[in-house]
Ligand binder design. Structure first.
Ligand code: HEC
Ligand code: HEC
Length: 341
């Protein structure tokens, strides 16, 4: 892993290389980049260790978590696509069953307050039972997964390495999964190296895109997380068929609102929006310029001065897209520590 010249707090953990002939010490760390806000997930309750991380990674990629042992978390959250399901409009799970929403990236989860497009879950440790139990995703039962792990030839020893006991329970299972997920930090794009003054440069076009983005988009896609972590209706549905946040709060003001997604690695995470409606960033920019559907809950920022949409010329759209592409983080997308081993 690249050594970063960051003034940051980190939990450094030494990982011994799997290669037996030449034991190489490799450093692995969950880090808080200096351009990010304070983390949300409490690593004090679930302290990071290399063994728990490795166990979590193995579980994330293991099909044993699904009812017929065919689907892993990694089936729908693929590293090369910043942990979305590449090319899939909505989730595609067990027995080729389709879900109703697009798989969001599992990335920078250390900073997430609410999970899922509607924010229905508030703690990362409570995320995995949802896909495991979902009949169109893994169609399994958590208790049954734990039983399969207890009866496996490898997991009792791995739990023992991680927790000093081979007793497999849901807390240990869930905390190991969270360890892997919180370590998926993407903060090393060309943009990051530019803002942290680590030698990254942006072209004149990208810099104009950045300033247009700050004027027109950053109110919601805020901070270097590129999300305000709030819920908004950005007019992506012509007719509201997915009520979004409303299903959780039952507040009519939340009809059609969804969690603002991050825009990190956005070049790699098509299709876009909760329903996977757009295939390209050009389509997304055209949406903001003149495709927005008005409704009672449409965000006020998208209907200023009596007209719906964000004023954008074709040149401005292209500049914003060139800026968005500086958020691609190849170190993250190809980090071997995050791959199926
Ligand atoms: C069949 C595809 C599929 C599988 C398998 C799957 N997911 Fe997901 N994942 C999704 C979809 C779709 C969503 C969004 C659901 C929603 O918002 O209603 C999601 C959301 C998430 C989120 C929330 C991200 C955010 O920003 O809110 C996390 C974390 C996550 N999944 C982790 C996992 C883990 C861990 C597993 C394995 C236990 C898993 N997923 C299995 C499709 C899948
Ligand atoms: C009022 C808040 C708001 C503003 C302003 C806004 N967005 Fe969004 N954006 C959202 C929300 C909310 C979503 C998710 C909506 C959905 O899924 O239906 C989203 C989705 C997106 C997505 C899809 C991300 C994904 O992973 O699927 C892109 C790309 C995007 N916005 C780019 C932009 C750009 C570029 C601008 C400025 C021209 C902008 N947004 C302005 C709130 C906003």
């Amino acid at each position: 892993m690249m050594k970063l010249n960051l003034s940051l707090f980190f939990i450094a953990v030494l990982l011994l290389s799997a290669c037996k002939k030449e034991p190489v010490k490799k450093e692995m760390e969950v880090f808080i980049p200096s351009n990010f806000p304070a983390p949300v997930y409490d690593l004090g309750i679930n302290p990071f260790t290399a063994k728990k991380f490795e166990l979590g990674r193995k579980l994330f990629y293991d099909r044993i978590l699904s009812q017929n042992n065919t689907i892993s978390c990694g089936s729908c959250h693929q590293q090369f696509a910043a942990f979305v399901h590449a090319g899939h409009i909505v989730s595609h799970g067990i027995h080729d069953r389709l879900g109703k929403r697009n798989a969001p990236p599992v990335m920078n989860m250390l900073w997430s307050k609410d999970f899922f497009w509607d924010g229905g879950v508030h703690n990362l440790d409570l995320v995995p039972p949802n896909p495991i139990h979902n009949p169109v995703e893994m169609d399994e039962d958590l208790g049954n997964v734990l039983e399969k792990l207890r009866n496996s030839s490898v997991y009792p020893a791995l739990f023992k390495d991680a927790y000093n006991t081979d007793e497999i329970n849901s807390t240990r299972f869930l905390q190991a999964m969270s360890q892997f997920m919180v370590s998926l930090v993407s903060a090393n794009s060309r943009y990051d190296k530019f803002v942290r003054r680590e030698g990254g440069t942006l072209t004149t076009t990208e810099l104009s895109g950045k300033s247009l983005f700050e004027q027109k988009c950053a109110s919601c896609h805020a901070s270097d997380l590129f999300t305000d972590r709030g819920f908004h209706n950005n007019g992506s549905q012509n007719i509201i068929t997915d009520s979004g946040r409303y299903a959780i709060t039952l507040n009519p003001e939340d009809i059609g609102k969804f969690k603002t997604p991050t825009l990190r690695n956005i070049e790699k995470t098509a299709p876009y929006m909760h329903g996977g409606k757009f295939q390209t960033l050009e389509e997304v920019l055209n949406h903001y310029a003149n495709g927005i559907s008005n409704s009672a809950t449409l965000d006020a920022q998208l209907k200023q001065n009596g007209s719906v949409g964000i004023a954008l010329s074709d040149d401005e759209k292209a500049k914003i897209i060139s800026f968005l592409k500086t958020l691609t983080d190849d170190d993250f997308l190809h980090n071997r520590n995050f791959s199926e081993q």
